[in-house]
Ligand binder design. Structure first.
Ligand SMILES: [Fe+2]
Length: 231
């Protein structure tokens, strides 16, 4: 199953976040990841403390400006409008951004999750050895570090038919909220286990907010064939 039909998708996504068998030792992970350089997430809203280290990017090389550590709609927009990189939201910038977002875009023709396949050295730390079984299936993946008020506004990351699935987890479930849209309101997901990786329903609108510092999150895209090894 390289691509999931809607029916196949909901066979596996039976709730917003389905626990998998994969669990990362958070205490060891936090110690090990501290020697890597976290870069700001994307090029705008840099006032919010959102940082990332890529686990899988284009070439396995760490860099200051890495598309693996961007919202990909933003990265693709900048390929067309490089003059807006790191720029404030002027009227012209906003008009172009809204126009780009309302276009019907062939996702296969732009940079998407599947574009990223090369592991970086961050994936070699011992606390992440639990990921070895899913390594052959990994697409764009990162570690996030959010401090107080780091957040993502409500968004979706994929659609039917689905070409990638998403795992998500955190070292600090008491220091953040993850909410999914249910009947028009945003509902918090409770009972998140520290270090556990969850199959995350990223077709459903969701948002997240950290209200303490040092909230690490695992952000992992996979080829849907990985569903055979997650439980
Ligand atoms: Fe998301």
């Amino acid at each position: 199953m390289e691509v999931l039909t809607e029916k196949e998708y909901y066979t596996y996504h039976t709730e917003n976040a389905v626990p998998t068998k994969l669990k990362i030792d958070s205490e060891l992970f936090v110690k090990e990841i501290s020697r890597f350089n976290f870069i700001p997430w994307g090029d705008v809203h840099l006032e919010f403390p959102r940082y990332a280290v890529p686990l899988i990017n284009e070439d396995g090389i760490f860099k200051k400006d890495d598309p693996a550590c961007y919202p990909l709609d933003r990265w693709n927009f900048l390929l067309e409008y490089p003059q807006f990189k790191y720029k404030e939201w002027t009227d012209d910038h906003l008009v172009k951004w809204k126009e780009w977002n309302s276009r019907k875009i062939d996702m296969d023709s732009i940079v998407n999750e599947k574009h990223f396949k090369e592991p970086t050295d961050a994936l070699k730390i011992s606390s992440l050895s639990v990921l070895s079984e899913i390594l052959p299936y990994m697409y764009r993946s990162c570690i996030f570090k959010w401090d107080y008020l780091g957040h993502f506004k409500k968004h979706i990351d994929t659609w039917h038919p689905t070409q990638w699935i998403r795992l998500w987890g955190t070292t600090n479930p008491d220091g953040m909220v993850l909410r999914y849209e249910e009947n028009g309101t945003m509902v918090r997901r409770h009972n998140i286990e520290q270090g556990r990786l969850y199959l995350h329903d990223s077709i459903k609108p969701h948002e997240a907010l950290a209200f303490t510092d040092d909230v690490y999150q695992f952000f992992i895209a996979l080829n849907p064939r990985a569903l055979e090894v997650l439980w």
